[in-house]
Design a protein around this ligand. Structure first.
Ligand code: UT7
Length: 331
């Protein structure tokens, strides 16, 4: 019997139309285009329209991915939505809304929250259903309307994030490659380095929590920065080792798009050539779970991914959490 591998048969992205340049933020808080560019590399971000939600962004990206894969929604076995900004804070899962909107009656659906590492967790999870033969079409989406949990009075966070969605369709193939290895990690000791204090079971929503602005993101930026610059190169090395590869075998690194300085630090530590590192953080800011699938789509569109390419995708963020996958593109 021939061995089954997993392939990415389709990919899609969606970014809301509205562009918010740094100059607009400088009208809201005490910041400047120079500061934001120098400290983060971000020039602008996309903002979802009032009628858009994480579900609607996800559906746009998913439809493109399904079309690309030549898969009808009716054929889908599973929809995984990685997000930390679901349409409803507790229930139902955004994945159920997406499954219904797509018209995928056979598909199971669940959300997965590993924040900015979410797409990597989704990719590793979704791949298992293909590799063990249970399913033939799995949709993995990273989607966020992150700007709805931002405190637009807090200059240390509101300049960093944006909205977007990216999706892939996973399918079985007998062509070797696909997911060669993955590393998933977590360190909950750093939970409060990046979190939304209220609205969960620990601190339910009340008039006080609203008055305290406790439903918005709080971040210890320097702690997260230190964590990210350490864990990104470490987990890339671990995942490469698990795949019995080295940095020289890498054709493309798609890191989570949080901050150019974090990416540059990883490039230095891994002694990589900048030419193999993909970045679009300048145009979209940090779109959390959407950042890696959006970047993957743009790397493919730019012709950077060929049959046989070894791609390393690496995410990190709140949890604290991280995830890295080594993927051999089958074409
Ligand atoms: O998916 C993971 C998500 N999170 C991240 O990736 C965040 C990781 N952390 C970072 O990227 C960086 O820590 C930041 C970009 C958030 C901040 O950069 P930094 O170089 O670590 O700045 P800092 O926090 O050390 O702040 C330096 C100064 C402070 O002023 P004082 O205390 O030196 O007077 C801040 O108040 O910059 C000030 N500052 C700002 N100034 C202008 C903080 N935010 C801003 C701002 N505009 N937007």
């Amino acid at each position: 019997m021939s061995q089954t591998f997993v392939r990415i048969g389709g990919w899609g992205k969606y970014l809301p139309d509205r562009v918010m340049p740094n100059s607009e933020l400088a009208e809201l808080v005490d910041t400047s285009d120079e500061w934001i560019r120098a400290r983060t590399g971000i020039g602008e971000r996309r903002i979802a329209a009032p009628e858009e939600t994480t579900c609607t962004l996800a559906v746009h990206a998913a439809r493109s991915a399904l079309q690309q894969a030549g898969v009808e929604p009716e054929e889908l076995d599973l929809v995984i939505v990685a997000t930390c900004t679901p349409d409803y804070s507790n229930m139902p899962a955004t994945a159920s809304l997406v499954q219904h909107a797509l018209g995928a009656p056979r598909a199971g659906a669940f959300d997965l929250n590993a924040v900015c590492s979410g797409f990597l967790y989704g990719l590793a999870t979704g791949s298992q259903f293909i590799l063990n033969g249970a399913y033939r079409s799995v949709l993995v989406i990273g989607a966020e309307v992150f700007t709805r949990i931002l405190d637009w009075q807090d200059r240390s966070t509101c300049v960093l994030f944006g909205d977007g969605a990216g999706a892939v369709v996973l399918q079985p193939t007998d062509q070797p490659g696909g997911l060669l290895s993955f590393v998933l990690g977590s360190d909950g000791a750093g939970a409060c380095s990046l979190f939304v204090p209220a609205g969960g079971s620990r601190q339910p929503a009340s008039a006080e929590t609203v008055a305290e602005r406790a439903h918005y993101v709080k971040m210890q930026g320097r702690d997260v920065f230190r964590f990210a610059t350490r864990v990104l190169p470490e987990s890339v090395k671990q995942a490469l080792e698990a795949a019995k590869l080295s940095t020289e075998d890498m054709d493309l690194l798609i890191p989570h798009q949080a901050n150019t300085r974090i990416i540059d630090a990883a490039v230095r530590r891994l002694k990589l050539s900048e030419s193999i590192v993909f970045s679009n953080v300048e145009r979209y800011g940090n779109t959390s779970a959407a950042s890696i699938p959006v970047a993957l789509c743009e790397a493919i569109e730019a012709g950077l991914v060929q049959a046989g390419s070894t791609i390393v995708m690496s995410g990190f963020g709140a949890g604290l959490s991280w995830g890295t996958a080594v993927w051999k593109w089958q074409g």
